[in-house]
Design a binder for this molecule. Structure first.
Ligand code: NJP
Length: 246
């Protein structure tokens, strides 16, 4: 029986790369995100299924779950950051969206698919958090609060699933060159490019390989967490930059 992996936020970046990696390992991949056209292109490439999904909308999560009769792996990847304002200028709408997508989205997807993950007899929940889940940097309060919350929730899940046939893994990346910064800066391409200037960030495929590897371990091996950063980044704000010819 072909194993099924549901991947949220599969329309770009880490989620799309994870879909390719897991399809390569023989999974049937179910791709969820709001941009359905992109998902359909990727689904055609990896012979998967594209389903429109907004993790901030409980009905949308319910609709996806209703279309997935089997689920062996859930990759909670949908999320991201909005803005870099100091706390004194915090934007409530941005904070709300970040909390909804990263924290409540992960909760909703996990809650909806947990019965199927247990039924599979060998389930796995992999969630993409961030080094922002345990570090702080100026301007990051809303995202950092959300990623700390997401990370805490996963630790509780690990305890609650003890004795069930479901593994729980957290993958916490540092800087990864995806659409993350473009989204954070509201589409400002120059601001997004500056984040990765003169250093070598991780690629989405680098993080996808961590996800794939954790899942590929034997069932009794639970990789609890993976922290993965570029060699050029020792901490959130400690980044080695060298001007390189372009
Ligand atoms: O970013 P990006 P990444 N409902 O922007 C989807 C974490 N992370 O791959 O709905 C459903 O290319 C969105 O799809 P769409 C980060 O916090 C990253 O880097 O079509 N889907 C897109 O597919 C996040 O949790 C870095 O717009 C929703 C995807 O999410 C994860 O890695 C560092 C959604 C975002 O793809 C993947 O981000 C780090 C919703 N409501 C942690 N909202 C980094 N890149 O540096 C968004 O520490 N999506």
């Amino acid at each position: 029986m072909t194993r099924v992996a549901v991947i949220t936020g599969a329309s770009s970046g880490i989620g799309a790369a994870a879909a390719r990696a897991l399809a390569g390992d023989g999974f049937r991949v179910v791709l969820g995100a709001r941009r359905l056209e992109r998902l359909e292109e990727l689904a055609a490439e990896v012979d998967g299924e594209a389903i429109a999904l907004d993790v901030t909308d409980p009905d949308s999560v319910g609709e996806l779950a209703a279309r997935v009769p089997r689920c062996d792996v859930l990759v909670n990847n949908a999320g991201g950051a909005l803005g870099l304002e100091p706390l004194g200028e915090a934007d409530e709408a941005k904070w709300g969206t970040m909390y909804e997508a990263n924290v409540l989205g992960t909760m909703r997807m996990t809650r909806a698919l947990l019965p199927r993950l247990i039924e599979s007899g060998d389930g796995h929940v992999v969630s993409i958090t961030s080094i922002a889940g345990f570090e702080a940097y100026r301007g990051g309060a809303g995202y950092i609060a959300a990623k700390h919350a997401q990370r805490s929730m996963l630790r509780v899940l690990r305890l609650e699933l003890l004795g069930e046939p479901v593994r729980v893994t957290e993958v916490a990346p540092g800087m990864v060159e995806t659409e993350f910064s473009l989204v954070r800066f509201g589409g400002d391409e120059e601001a997004a490019r500056r984040v990765y200037r003169d250093m070598k960030p991780l690629s989405a495929a680098d993080v996808a390989e961590c996800i794939r590897w954790a899942i590929a371990q034997p069932s009794h091996v639970n990789v609890d967490e993976i922290v993965v950063r570029p060699r050029d980044q020792a901490a959130a704000t400690e980044v080695h930059r060298v001007e390189r010819p372009r």
